[in-house]
Design a protein. Structure first.
Ligand code: HEM
Length: 68
């Protein structure tokens, strides 16, 4: 459960869906560079665990969306 949430968070960051655009508009420093995204994703995995780790460009393995 926690690992699934972690990989969803990583995916949201990777795809540029999070942080929300209106938040980034008000807080430009929240606009993460590619390197910052990778660091955040790696940190999420290190902190909460990842499903089998991350592959390639830090994309979560087995992370696909379930449900929606
Ligand atoms: C890098 C920082 C952030 C991460 C990693 C993150 C992660 C996520 C994830 C994984 C979801 C999906 C939850 C689900 O599918 O159940 C989500 C939803 C959401 N987040 Fe974020 N979030 C971030 C920043 C923000 C910020 C700054 C805002 C608002 C100012 C925000 C507002 C929302 C809202 C409103 C939703 C639910 C609606 C939707 O899916 O669009 N998030 N977030």
């Amino acid at each position: 459960m926690l690992q699934r949430r972690t990989s969803q968070s990583a995916e949201a960051v990777q795809r540029g869906r999070m942080p929300q655009w209106y938040y980034v508009m008000l807080h430009p420093s929240a606009n993460l560079s590619a390197a910052e995204k990778q660091q955040l994703i790696a940190g999420l995995g290190n902190t909460f665990g990842s499903e089998g780790g991350f592959r390639g460009e830090g994309f979560p393995v087995g992370g696909g969306r379930s449900g929606d």
